[in-house]
Ligand binder design. Structure first.
Ligand code: CS2
Length: 504
């Protein structure tokens, strides 16, 4: 065989006319698709979630809702997806089953790592009626403990000084809204799809704070022309791996650099609060509601709370993926008790959902061995996640005079994960978290004095609000758990917690 004969075909529009067996294609005429919305942060999650809902909608009710992707972080996607005409394979995997579909809703992608100009052009375009965002928790540049813009954030300092050439997403949005106001004046909906409590309110807060720096009526214009609905989004969709790319190549015979893999479950609950035209995602499985709060509490405290707990305890137990951690009887037992005994009582009633059933369904989803969600991936940026996943339920329980013996072990899990990454404690693994450096310095300074170390971490006020950090019950529980998890046998400590812990 010659070398040329072995080169695998690249995915592209041309393949839609002759799809490989087992791969579905878009059920609409993609050539007629025109842009109507933008999406910031075109990672695996977006490609498996909002882009799929949009693809479903286009098949059911074709309209001007093509997506222009804006990619803010490496890897560079414009050329990668561009060379595939915006197409990619979305694999739904559950244990041994695989369902493949080419998603056609993304028309093109612009990268904004080098310069924001192309992205600003898209966001300010009169063709764009709505912008969705998955920029990760830290992309909002807010203080997780208060939801306010972090004015000391280097990108925010930069964006206040150089409004026309912003680096941060809030800065880009403020500048794009300014351009919309000064040119065509068309309204726009900015729809956050990140796992932050009251994500629409947080987005509104950070964008308006920057708009207030401009003395040109932008705040008033935003008030009348921009909507910031909150939303709860759900589907487990880990970062694409080389193995995923190879799976597509082996099974279907073509090369796709932008494969996205997700589980069968998906959910999207959106606050019905739009400015101008909006896509009828409610026709294809999303729910439009007046208040997403009960749904976001449920999802972030239960599903995400379980993931966060399992990732830290899982790493401490030497386990690689979420499915390995939930496969461990000790950790599975711990997390089920934490959710049912401590988290569930903090939830508000959720229309149409039984919380107990939701817990079981969530734990079952985490067992899916075909979803290779690395514990270290979920552990990334934990400081931006624990407020909504662990600390808010803890705060609610403390207010109600209830115990926090299990949720505080999970919180200490996050601390232990960062502490063990410091050289002082053996540099067990590399971490990525905005406060990693600060925790490493604390670990160096306090040495093996774990209560002092715990107290130092609790004084990081961007994460722990002062009232919570001062609570004696919380301080004691976290310090004890951190000591246990930093010991030579952290799982022995988890076992001990499970045996001593009674329901309250
Ligand atoms: C995960 C989420 O990495 C993480 O933070 O907990 O991405 C999670 O998989 C999604 O929120 C599920 O909808």
């Amino acid at each position: 065989m010659t070398a040329a004969a072995t080169v695998t075909e690249r995915l592209g529009q041309g393949m839609l006319a002759r799809l490989p067996a087992g791969v579905e294609g878009p059920a609409y005429d993609r050539a007629k698709l025109a842009p109507g919305m933008a999406h910031i942060g075109v990672g695996a999650f977006h490609r498996c979630h909002q882009a799929e809902y949009t693809d479903d909608l286009l098949a059911q009710r074709f309209d001007r809702w093509g997506v222009i992707g804006i990619n803010v972080r490496p890897p560079v996607l414009a050329t990668m997806l561009g060379s595939q005409d915006g197409l990619y394979t979305r694999l739904i995997r559950e244990n041994t089953s695989v369902e493949a579909r080419l998603i056609g809703s993304i028309i093109s992608v612009v990268d904004s790592q080098e310069s924001p100009e192309a992205a600003l052009g898209v966001l300010a375009s009169p063709d764009i009626d709505l912008v969705t965002l998955t920029i990760t928790e830290k992309g909002y540049c807010h203080r997780p403990s208060s939801g306010k813009l972090e004015l000391d954030h280097p990108d925010i300092v930069h964006d206040i000084a150089k409004q026309k050439a912003p680096r941060s997403v809030p800065g880009m949005l403020a500048e794009a809204l300014d351009r919309r106001m000064r040119t065509h004046g068309r309204p726009v909906t900015l729809l956050s799809c990140d796992n932050i409590q009251a994500n629409g309110k947080v987005l509104s807060e950070v964008v308006r704070t920057l708009a207030r720096q401009r003395d040109n009526g932008l705040c008033d214009w935003i008030e009348s022309n921009v909507a910031f609905p909150s939303a709860m989004v759900d589907r487990i969709a880990p970062a694409t791996s080389q193995a995923d790319i190879e799976t597509v190549e082996r099974r279907f015979g073509y090369r796709d650099q932008a494969v996205a893999v997700g589980e069968p479950f998906r959910q999207w609950v959106i606050e019905e609060n739009f400015a101008g035209r909006f896509p009828r995602w409610d026709l294809v499985g999303a729910s439009f509601v007046s208040d997403v709060t009960p749904f976001e509490h449920l999802k972030m405290r239960v599903l995400n709370g379980a993931q966060t707990t399992l990732c830290y305890l899982g790493v401490l137990a030497g386990l690689e993926h979420t499915s390995d951690a939930i496969g461990d009887p000790l950790l599975a037992g711990f997390v089920r008790r934490m959710l049912t005994e401590e988290t569930l009582p903090t939830l508000m009633p959720v229309p149409g959902i039984s919380p107990d059933t939701y817990v079981e369904q969530s734990l079952a989803r985490l067992k899916n061995t075909a979803i290779r969600h690395r514990n270290h991936q979920v552990a990334t940026d934990g400081s931006q996640k624990i407020v909504q996943r662990l600390l808010n339920p803890i705060r609610d329980r403390l207010r109600a005079g209830r115990g926090i013996g299990l949720l505080s072990v999970a919180t200490a899990g996050w601390m232990a994960y960062l502490v063990k990454a410091s050289t002082r404690f053996g540099a067990s693994w590399e971490v990525s978290d905005p406060v990693a450096e600060r925790v490493a310095q604390l670990a160096d300074r306090t040495g093996k004095d774990v209560p002092a170390l715990a107290a130092g971490i609790l004084s990081i006020d961007t994460i722990f609000d002062p009232e919570l950090a001062a609570n004696g019950q919380f301080r004691e529980a976290v310090a004890e758990a951190l000591e246990g998890l930093l010991s030579d046998d952290p799982m022995e400590y988890v076992r001990y917690v499970c045996t001593r812990h009674g329901t309250d």
